[in-house]
Design a protein around this ligand. Structure first.
Ligand code: NAD
Length: 353
């Protein structure tokens, strides 16, 4: 076995069915008495019921979380933090809401309890992306890692099937890139392969029956594993491309990941043979890239960036941006091949073998 470095991140995870019931005890454990509950406008009702559950420990609800953590939204939430002498946050929702909790923690070091309701995995990472004046920047800091994560399978039952599929593939993308990360290691590889395997079987079951609680539990458990992969090792071309495409053309996060992943994997296939074998094995497919495309197709997930509203003349711009800042990738960043990759993803074509 090759020598490796493994960085474990501190996290307390409460996982199961109905685990939201543990929220007051978890808040007490952290000594929180004046909590700001965070959500998107769409999940305000859930945030209100979380506040009810917290009783006297809830100071207020802020239901203004938005995709890509705009700093203006964080400023608004910060005013509530100050006005209510808030001593901690509870974020109930997907990556957007958890991102807001992280942005507050970055400025204040307030403790966070994250209650994820999608499979994006942000709750397990020390990564925060923020948008100011239309530009998204990402940084890593342990200050933003939530102290406690409550995974309650029941809260994911309302996640629409289409978003469950794309959010699940978004989670898979973390595990896929962890397998060929520059700082990959056998511990993360275990989590990555199991995460992909379990999601690949759970997502079709969720599509068949959104209320299948065992499939929902498998998906959420896998999302935790995949989020841990994202938090533990560096990502590569796929994440860079999705970041660029999402930021430049205002494309939805999970759907963009779903479309780009098979193409990014095809691009890297020859440069990361061991990872490809593990991904294909986990998918039960002959090829990693084809298996990912087949899965997205079987889930009736979007396959083409043009269907998300990306203009065709954006292909060149995205290719330029993707090679602008050098970052690690198993295969050298080749402008022409990356342009072709983006063009294939734009059209929704099957990835190159
Ligand atoms: P999201 O949080 O934007 O949620 C999408 C929509 O689904 C929202 O309207 C939300 O309220 C709704 N929703 C969420 N859970 C629901 C449920 N169970 N039932 C019904 N509706 C529900 O989407 P996302 O894909 O989870 O997160 C995307 C954001 O997270 C992006 O900004 C991305 O950059 C960020 N992200 C960050 C990290 C990180 O480590 N920093 C990791 C992954 C994603």
């Amino acid at each position: 076995m090759q020598a490796f470095v493994y960085n474990a991140l501190p996290a307390r995870v409460v996982f199961g069915h109905g685990t939201l019931a543990a929220l007051p005890a978890e808040a007490e454990r952290l000594g929180l008495e004046n909590i700001l509950v965070l959500s998107t406008p769409e999940q305000e009702g859930q945030a209100a019921s979380v506040a009810d559950r917290l009783g006297g420990r809830a100071a207020a609800v802020f239901a203004g979380a938005a995709m890509h953590t705009p700093v203006e939204v964080t400023d608004e939430a910060m005013a509530m933090v100050a006005d209510n002498a808030v001593d901690g946050t509870v974020a109930i929702g997907g990556g957007s809401t958890i991102g807001l909790g992280k942005a507050i923690a970055l400025r204040t070091e307030l403790p966070q309890i994250a209650v994820p309701t999608t499979y994006a995995g942000s709750e397990m990472t020390p990564i925060i992306g923020q948008t100011a004046q239309g530009e998204k920047t990402t940084q890593r800091s342990l200050r933003v890692l939530p102290e406690t994560v409550i995974y309650d399978v029941e809260l994911t039952l309302s996640l629409p099937v289409a978003l469950s599929s794309t959010s699940g593939i978004n989670a898979m993308a973390h595990a896929v890139e962890a397998l060929y990360a520059e700082d990959r290691n056998p511990i993360v590889a275990l989590m990555a392969e199991e995460g992909i395997r379990s999601l690949a079987t759970a997502l079709p079951r969720i599509k068949a029956d959104a209320a299948d609680t065992e499939a929902r539990a498998d998906a959420l458990y896998s999302a935790w594993l995949c989020g841990t992969c994202l938090g533990s090792v560096g990502m590569a071309l796929h994440h860079k491309l999705c970041h660029t495409l999402g930021g430049s053309f205002d494309l939805p996060h999970a759907q963009t990941h779903t479309i780009v992943l098979p193409h990014a994997v095809a691009y890297n296939a020859n440069a990361a043979a061991e990872a490809m074998t593990a991904i294909a094995r986990a998918l039960g497919a002959g090829s990693a890239a084809q298996g990912l495309y087949d899965l997205a197709q079987a889930l009736e997930a979007p396959l083409a960036l043009k269907d998300l509203g990306m203009p065709e003349d954006g292909i060149d711009r995205a290719a330029e941006l993707a090679v602008q800042n050098l970052y690690w990738n198993p295969r050298k960043l080749e402008h022409k091949a990356i342009r072709e990759l983006i063009a294939q993803a734009w059209a929704g074509a099957r990835p190159a073998s």
